[in-house]
Design a protein. Structure first.
Length: 146
């Protein structure tokens, strides 16, 4: 089990989310809660607030990119073999609908082979409180193994 996953399970979702924002301060701009973290999956909750809205009063596109990267990154971290390293290499996104509520970002990479090195494309879907997909991303993670 990865050290990060041990930290998550030991500290709990709320404390771990705060620690993640201390390690990478930019994530704190979306006030995330990493509500699920396990090998191949992560869920990040983002509360709707004025600070992350755009001129239309909807959640800003980059705030959704931030949530997607947090979900994909934490999930990648606990999915790769111990001693492995990763870095985001690219992100392709689609804005599917206006985001006007709290959001849920789900990274589901259960179909990815984490035991080999190379580029891994992690899919992330963000939905609103009604379950409507408002955003999707495909984040390429470059994985190096020890």
């Amino acid at each position: 089990m990865s050290q990060i996953l041990k930290m998550y399970e030991s500290a709990g979702a709320e404390a771990f989310s705060k620690m993640a924002c201390q390690m990478a301060p930019y994530f704190s701009t979306i006030n995330p809660l990493i509500s699920e973290l396990r090998q191949g999956a992560a869920t990040v909750q983002v509360p709707f607030c004025r600070e992350i809205t755009n001129h239309l009063g909807t959640v800003h596109a980059i705030a959704m990119c931030n949530a997607a990267e947090l979900a994909a990154g934490t999930m990648t971290n606990v999915s790769i073999p111990e001693g492995g390293r990763w870095i985001p290499k690219g992100m392709t996104v689609e804005y599917l609908a206006k985001a006007k509520t709290d959001l849920t970002a789900v990274a589901d990479a259960s179909a990815i082979d984490w035991l080999s090195a190379g580029d891994k494309v992690v899919p992330v879907t963000i939905t609103d409180t009604a379950g409507v997909a408002v955003f999707s991303a495909r984040i390429t993670m470059n994985v190096k193994l020890a």
